[in-house]
Write a protein that binds this ligand. Structure first.
Ligand code: DGY
Length: 322
């Protein structure tokens, strides 16, 4: 049987690439140079399967350039807001993602940001490296402990729930806002309080963690007005997608002392970061590391391959989103 032409837009972990080459007619991107629009259009003109990542913009213009042989966009990642899945569906192109395999990694990075921010770990390290550590001091670099603090999770899907479990183990009190209330047994286990009204929840929280996908509805969910509802002593964590926060409004809120700090792994205009967020004592910035464990990245590759295998076999795609 003829192997399908699979074009992969970025370098993937070695084991994943080896399997892709073995099983399919895979064109890999050894140089790992992100594809520009012209290269992407040329790719979809010939590929039967495209494997993009969050760094690719697969908009309606790219979908329009696809040849009739393109039948599957198997995204290497769970978030797929960079793909126009509706335009793809209209052309009969399935879109799949990689849910479940990066839940732990993403929740771990959320906890990393909470701990680094509240315990001033990055600030302390920078100070030490600059020669500022002259000995232990009883009144120095204090921050809030986590036990008993209300944590508001925005988006109680897989990753939100994993954040809740970890945070509960640290003694935090779980609150959440979600389109739908989660099952009663999960609420009971997490001792979680559901807030249908985000604006009512925000003023009560000490830490807010964004774990919801980027959609037209969640774009700038954290506008200047919403940020103003948060406590002056509270922290905002975002490991989901950058455009959920109005980054300029966040920078202004921090500047005005309207928040105690922010921990970000994702950015509105990634890889650009709002210049006023850089170099601040009250901000921890990571370069989109949420899924960067060996386990998660290998799991993402395995999911991509499982979806292509199903496509080849003509069976239902395990992770179709459109
Ligand atoms: C995801 O899977 O959505 C991660 O953010 C990397 O793309």
């Amino acid at each position: 049987m003829k192997k399908p032409l699979v074009i992969v837009t970025r370098r993937l972990p070695d084991q994943v690439e080896a399997r892709l080459k073995d099983q399919f007619d895979a064109r890999l991107n050894a140089a790992d140079v992100p594809m520009d629009a012209a290269t992407m259009k040329a790719a979809v003109a010939t590929a039967e399967v495209l494997v993009p990542t969050v760094t690719d913009k697969v908009g309606a213009d790219i979908i329009a350039a696809a040849g009739p042989q393109l039948k599957l966009i198997a995204n290497f990642g769970v978030g797929y807001n960079h793909i126009d899945a509706k335009a793809a569906a209209a052309r009969g192109i399935a879109v799949t993602n990689t849910p479940g395999v990066l839940t732990d990694a993403s929740a771990d990075i959320g906890m990393t940001l909470i701990l680094a921010l509240t315990r001033r770990a990055v600030e302390g390290m920078k100070l030490l490296e600059a020669g500022g550590f002259t000995g232990w001091c009883p009144t120095w670099m204090m921050g809030p402990g986590l036990r008993g603090r209300p944590l508001g999770i925005i988006g109680m899907g897989r990753i939100g729930e994993a954040m809740a479990r970890r945070s509960k183990a640290f003694g935090m009190v779980i609150h959440y806002h979600n389109r739908k209330r989660v099952a009663a047994e999960i609420e009971r286990e997490l001792e979680a309080t559901y807030w249908p009204d985000l604006d009512a929840m925000l003023p009560e929280m000490d830490i807010v963690s964004i774990n919801t996908p980027s959609t037209p509805e969640t774009r700038h969910l954290f506008s200047a007005e919403r940020l103003a509802r948060m406590k002056k002593t509270s922290y905002l964590i975002n490991t989901a997608r950058g455009d959920i926060i109005d980054e300029a409004a966040l920078a202004a809120a921090l500047e005005n002392g309207a928040l105690a700090g922010a921990g970000l792994d994702v950015y509105e205009h990634e890889p650009k970061v709002h210049p006023k967020l850089i170099g601040r004592r009250d901000v921890v910035l990571l370069p989109h590391l949420g899924s960067s464990t060996y386990e998660a990245r290998h799991g993402m590759g395995a999911k991509v391959i499982a979806n292509i295998e199903a496509f080849v076999a003509g069976t239902a795609l395990p992770d179709r989103v459109n």
